[in-house]
Design a protein around this ligand. Structure first.
Ligand code: 0PR
Length: 371
């Protein structure tokens, strides 16, 4: 007997996901390239060309000093990009600048370390476990950003990588990137910025740094989050080829000679979808989405504060507020897909599909629950 077709989750009440409705052009492009594999560029040449375009577009967005020469690739998501950034730094630590393992995992008998703020995504925990490096997490300042003094105190000669977050998962905070870059530079560590979510919003904010002027070595920036591309499409960008060279393994029976990606067969749909989304939306579409999201986040935070909730002032468009457990549970029961921070605040991620009228309906339900 035929089973009824399952329906995907509608985005109507999804308030704390970092995924969103893909742009229609991106959906169509993804479908066209469904059966291609950018992991074998000598066979699937068109998608390999598209991937080069994706990297150039991402590098332009991220203000890379020379987008045409940026290194990088379309990953399966932010997790893979972060794991690979750690792996590249580990392999380069103590070695020559042109890649391949220097002193490798060990440094004078102790494990190589990665220094990251407590706000770093849990993908860094996975990376540390997989790669046998020590993850040193340092406390945040009072406003949920990396505390640069604490980072400076945590680094040493065995530090292969310093991580900064530009758009943290829980509070949407941007770390003091230039300060962290300088600390990494002092101990000759690589510097990685995790802009998996924030990367498509940052160009439209006033910030005091960019890939071009802060010495950022690698950057995570995910089309499948605020880039409005279909899943799976993450992004790893590098200032120079050496970061990717440090990841390359030989591929004896493929026409292409080496592979720097973590996965072998990859989604051509992800690559094509990412390019189509960026072609359609960069820069005006992304600017509009970022500005609308920022307005919505400010509005929602103010509305929640008016109702007496302690709301964290949004930096990037993510609102956190201390809504009591019982009200949170009632909102979930009413079908709102909301989640909580580690310390229990309700989180609303103002993604492009989250409109003002959705937020009004959400507040109406909240008001009903409070009565
Ligand atoms: N870096 C940052 C700053 C992130 O926020 C995330 C994911 C990642 C890296 C990892 O990215 P991938 O999930 O693409 O590997 N942040 C969200 C989170 O963990 C991911 C998410 C997305 C969760 C959609 C739920 C959801 O519906 O909360």
């Amino acid at each position: 007997m035929r089973q009824p077709e399952p329906e995907p989750q509608s985005f109507d009440r999804v308030l704390s996901s970092m995924c969103t409705e893909p742009h229609p052009d991106a959906r169509a492009a993804a479908e066209r390239f469904l059966a291609t594999n950018p992991g074998d560029p000598a066979t699937y040449e068109a998608v390999a060309d598209l991937e080069a375009r994706a990297v150039e577009r991402l590098a332009t967005l991220a203000d890379h000093p020379d987008p045409e020469r940026a290194a990088g690739y379309v990953t399966s998501g932010g997790t893979e990009a972060n794991v690979q950034a750690v792996r590249s730094a580990r392999n380069r630590h103590g070695g020559s600048d042109d890649g391949r393992a220097g002193s490798g995992v060990r440094h004078g008998g102790s494990a190589v370390n990665v220094v990251a703020p407590a706000s770093a995504h849990f993908s860094f925990t996975k990376a540390a476990e997989l790669l046998g490096v020590e993850l040193r997490t340092v406390p945040l300042d009072d406003d949920y950003r990396a505390d640069a003094d604490a980072v400076a105190a945590a680094v040493d000669d065995a530090t292969a990588l310093v991580v900064g977050v530009a758009g943290s998962t829980e509070y949407g905070r941007v770390d003091p990137i230039p300060e962290l870059a300088a600390i990494a530079d002092e101990v000759e560590a690589q510097f990685h910025v995790d802009a998996a979510w924030g990367g498509f919003i940052l160009p439209f904010t006033d910030r005091d740094w960019s890939f071009a002027d802060a010495p950022v070595d690698t950057l995570t920036i995910d089309p499948h989050k605020f880039g409005q591309a279909p899943v799976p499409a993450g992004g790893l960008l590098a200032r120079e080829d050496a970061a990717l060279d440090a990841l390359a393994v030989d591929t004896p029976y493929l026409e292409s000679r080496s592979q720097a990606t973590l996965t072998g067969t990859r989604s051509g749909a992800g690559v094509a979808g990412a390019v189509a989304a960026m072609d359609a939306l960069w820069p005006d579409g992304y600017r509009e989405a970022a500005e609308r999201a920022a307005d919505n986040a400010d509005w929602l935070a103010a509305e929640l504060a008016d109702r007496g909730y302690d709301a964290v002032d949004p930096e990037l468009p993510l609102v956190a507020a201390d809504v009591p457990e019982s009200e949170f549970a009632a909102l979930r029961d009413a079908g709102w897909k909301v989640s909580r921070t580690g310390s229990g605040e309700l989180r609303v991620v103002c993604m492009p599909h989250v409109t003002r009228s959705t937020l009004r309906a959400f507040l109406d339900d909240l008001d009903g629950i409070r009565r």
